[in-house]
Design a protein around this ligand. Sequence first.
Ligand SMILES: CC1=C(CCC(=O)O)c2cc3nc(cc4[nH]c(cc5[nH]c(cc1n2)c(C)c5CCC(=O)O)c(CCC(=O)O)c4C)C(CCC(=O)O)=C3C
Ligand SMILES: [Fe+2]
Length: 375
Amino acid sequence: MSDHNEAGPAAGPYDALLLLSFGGPEGPDDVVPFLENVTRGRGIPRERLKEVGQHYFLFGGVSPINAQNRELLDALRRDFGEHGVELPVYWGNRNWAPYLVDTLREMTDDGHRRILVLATSAYASYSGCRQYRENLAGALAELAAEGRPVPRVDKLRHYFNHPGFVEPMTDAVLTALGELPAEVRAGAHLAFTTHSIPTAAADTSGPVEGHGNGGAYVAQHLDTARVIADAVREATGTEHPWQLVYQSRSGAPHIPWLEPDICDHLVELHEGGAPAVVMVPIGFVSDHMEVKYDLDTEAAAKAAELGLPVARAATVGADPRFAAAVRDLVLERAAKERGLAPRPCALGALGPSHDVCPAGCCPSRSPQPAVAGID
Ligand SMILES: CC1=C(CCC(=O)O)c2cc3nc(cc4[nH]c(cc5[nH]c(cc1n2)c(C)c5CCC(=O)O)c(CCC(=O)O)c4C)C(CCC(=O)O)=C3C
Ligand SMILES: [Fe+2]
């Protein structure tokens, strides 16, 4: 991949990696307390919460996200082990056990003082970046209050355009195309999907100079989608029309969120004569409830009602190429921290993202302390 491990796979100055994720319920009794954790102070209408609770109950109260993170943890440990990267990997979540603060306490008690964080969100946004940075600051403040040493915590750059993230998704699109009936395959449209967020949050996502027009959130997703669409055309020799669309909207109806929704998009494509659609959840690192319910259940039912053949591309999950990408990102950042100038690996037009969030990046509605950034 890149050239920054010439002098051996040194991860120093880092002494541990933290896989930081959202967390999800593991049984019916977990669902309501989990939703309370997620929505504390966030003004989600009660009706929406009841509805989302039902999505979880439909799957026995079990979100797929924790199993996916356990697999990723195994894949990272295997990859690091096979490549001589001596960096222990821990796992903590924002909203469910193992809780971030408990994991950081364990890491501190194990003697780790320079911690690098991999968040399971590949793009810039308040929900996908600064909120994790705030949660880290909050957890560190708890450790300090307990009289523990407070480790220094850095966060890996956004990896939406890293080849180890993009290439498994390209393969997944090709596989999904292959699942469509042969007679509609060549005409299939690609619907790249991601989590809708309030347009105000999208417009202020990423560094200040890129604010407006959906900000870094939309720009990064468009960059990833374009790279995948181009690679699919190279592989198939067919130009599949594509669009970035959204899913999993929540919040109050009068607040504008990114649109169109995937279900409305399927109706529009069907009315426009599209013979088939591949849904590509580029906004999700692994199978979350948003993928299992909002795409595989709700959008699939809409497509069936329309008589529109659809297939859903797999998420990256614990693909070994993604684990290798994480190793590459870790070694790149470690080399930079040691004063070297590694060549960062990135596809697309935007180039590698910043390592340290600049001031004003993905601002919060109610400013709180955050780590791994200027403010
Ligand atoms: C951008 C983004 C990501 C991707 C980046 C990342 O991965 O971090 C993401 C991930 C996730 N979101 C998840 C679950 C939920 N998100 C909610 C609510 C919200 N998400 C938002 C945005 C995002 N969310 C926003 C702006 C809200 C409104 C409230 C607020 O401003 O905070 C709610 C409340 C109910 C509802 O309203 O839907 C739930 C239950 C799960 C777990 C799924 C599982 O169990 O498999 C995951 C991975
Ligand atoms: Fe969410």
